[in-house]
Design a protein around this ligand. Structure first.
Ligand SMILES: [Zn+2]
Length: 577
């Protein structure tokens, strides 16, 4: 980390930190004795990623976010953990004697020396952020020392060979399946009984992936073990049950939300994994284009009104809301939140968490917030009439209210709210905007290559007239963002815009995808849309009006990202159809 004044000055000069935030951080640092960099991250003024990016730019080296990297075991085996820790670098890859390493300080000579010595050639040095560094260091070496897949395979072999099932076997297997889900960065683990076996699936980056096939004899044991962890009734096997438990692993505590339903083959189990630690993202890095980011910034700068983020579970709604809260000057405005559960921890705002036990829910929280002298409030989700009415009331009485709603796109959030018995007039005057979004997997930059679709293939996928992606379509036009230069090139008379796919490599675990980005649509409520809400206009007419006033749909934004080489047509099709 650079010397305090130097780092502070750098961040201020880049507009990433205000002088007021700097002086608060200095005051806090004088009490805690922590480094300025760590203090700024803890206060949420600058995220660890933003800080590393600024330092990397200053030093002229490349920043990479290694959170989702699969570091090859062969590379980790070459560098003992203590050696990596002492020299403060994380080994990432090794090709022809050149080791790629991640460092937290651009001038880490010790790391460069060590990596040159092991690889035989000078290493490729990347800047990584401190939070990811420690997380990945722990994670990579933990799973190197605990080869989960081998232990699962050994238990399967044991059970198959007919050795008696012990309580130990069952609890080891249960624990291994949880650890395996965490290792794969899964958001959900599914344990599905079939006629003769059980299948385990993990949802990773929004997509289910089969991971294991287990002997049927483990079924009741695993179900009981999980029910005990979640304090559910193990004798009840004919009715659905829900519960949750904490699962500590490495330096983290994961909250597991368990759902059990009876099926014809036994109890089907789904566990949602909540990690409780996500990096804060700036609004400009969410994935919206320049115009939409500008639109978002001006929306969240409004003093009062209701802004909703729409989308299914796992579409990154909370991430967007937190990047918005960071735009609000929280030193001058009182921000309160109620969430289920708190996903991001941010200093200077008052975060609360719903609790079924005490009856503290969204509606009740919102009402008490009104007596806390609020300027802005984040209500986790609008899913019932009471919460909907409370959110509208708060937003028409001078507060900025942010919330989420489960609808597929922006315009359908309006009839959804009206279904919740919200007054048309109040809704039309309170609602500022609805942002709908999805998360799509980005093409892995390490194995990205051009992909040419067969003639007619895109039309068959439903992408008619999106652009001349085929050399055989001389009549087609090139597709590019207005005002942006075309990225296409000439081939036999037609402009062909290249599209890409990842072929699969070490870094992306052979999936061809690495990381995710948002595709979204922003419906800004103007006078015409207000009128349509008030007069009971159809979803179709609201959508048309929004498009007329500049809304680009999720699909359009997705296709734009395909031609920017960030995502694939298949991903657009997967998330928005
Ligand atoms: Zn790859």
């Amino acid at each position: 980390m650079a010397a305090p004044m130097k780092l502070g000055e750098l961040l201020i000069s880049k507009g990433m930190l205000t002088k007021e935030q700097f002086s608060i951080a200095m005051a806090q640092q004088s009490i805690t004795g922590n480094l300025l960099g760590d203090t700024l991250i803890k206060l949420g003024f600058v995220s660890s990623i933003e800080m590393a990016q600024a330092l990397a730019e200053q030093a002229g080296i490349e920043f990479i976010d290694i959170r989702r990297w699969a570091i090859p075991e062969e590379v980790l085996q070459l560098v003992p953990r203590t050696m990596a820790e002492n020299a403060e670098f994380i080994p990432l890859d090794l090709k022809d004697g050149v080791m790629s390493i991640g460092v937290m300080q651009p001038t880490n000579i010790h790391a460069i020396d060590t990596a040159s010595h092991i690889g035989g050639k000078p290493p490729k040095v990347y800047m990584v952020d401190t939070v990811a560094f420690y997380e990945m260091m722990e994670r990579a070496y933990f799973f190197l020392q605990h080869p989960i897949h081998l232990r699962i395979a050994a238990i399967i072999k044991d059970v198959k060979s007919g050795s008696a099932l012990s309580g130990n076997t069952v609890s080891s297997m249960t624990e291994l399946l949880l650890m395996d889900g965490i290792r794969r960065n899964a958001t959900d683990i599914h344990i599905t009984p079939e006629h003769e076996t059980m299948h385990v699936f993990c949802r990773i980056d929004g997509v289910l992936q089969h991971t294991y096939c287990l002997p049927k004899s483990l079924q009741n044991g695993i179900a009981s073990r999980l029910k005990i962890l979640a304090s559910l009734d193990i004798a009840e096997q004919r009715l659905p049950q829900d519960g949750s438990f904490s699962f500590p692993l490495m330096n983290n505590v994961y909250e597991m939300r368990l759902s059990v339903i009876p099926t014809i083959h036994g109890e089907n189990i789904v566990m949602r994994i909540l990690s409780g630690s996500s990096p804060l993202i700036s609004m400009t890095s969410l994935g919206f284009d320049g115009t939409d980011t500008g639109r978002l910034k001006s929306l969240f700068a409004k003093p009062h009104g209701l802004i909703l983020v729409a989308g299914p579970t796992g579409s990154g709604k909370t991430t967007t809301l937190y990047s918005a809260i960071r735009e609000i000057n929280i030193l001058e405005r009182n921000v309160l939140t109620v969430e289920d559960p708190v996903e991001y921890k941010l200093s200077m705002i008052k975060q609360t968490q719903v609790s079924a036990k005490t009856g503290y829910d969204f509606a009740r929280a919102g009402k008490s917030f009104m007596r806390q002298d609020p300027d802005a409030m984040l209500i986790g989700e609008i899913r019932d009439e009471e919460t909907a009415r409370m959110a509208i009331r708060a937003s028409i009485t001078g507060h900025l209210v942010l919330s989420t709603i489960h609808t597929n796109d922006a315009p359908t959030a309006i009839p959804r709210l009206l279904d919740l018995d919200v007054d048309r007039f109040l809704l039309s005057s309170a609602l500022l905007a609805i942002i709908a979004q999805r998360l799509v997997r980005k093409i892995c930059p390490h194995c990205k290559q051009e992909h040419v679709y067969e003639p007619g293939q895109l039309e068959a996928m439903g992408f008619e007239g999106v652009g001349a992606v085929q050399t055989t379509a001389p009549q087609a036009k090139s597709w590019h963002e207005p005002g942006q230069s075309a990225v296409g090139f000439k081939t036999s008379g037609a402009v062909r815009t290249p599209t890409f796919k990842g072929k699969g490599c070490n870094v992306c675990n052979q999936t061809g995808y690495l990381g995710r980005t948002v595709i979204g649509e922003i419906l800004v409520v103007n006078d015409e849309i207000k009128e349509l809400i008030y007069s009971g206009g159809s979803v179709h007419s609201i959508r048309e009006a929004a498009i007329k006033h500049g809304m680009k749909t999720m699909r359009e934004n997705g296709i734009r990202k395909v031609f920017e080489g960030i995502i694939t047509f298949e991903e657009v099709l997967r998330v928005v159809g």
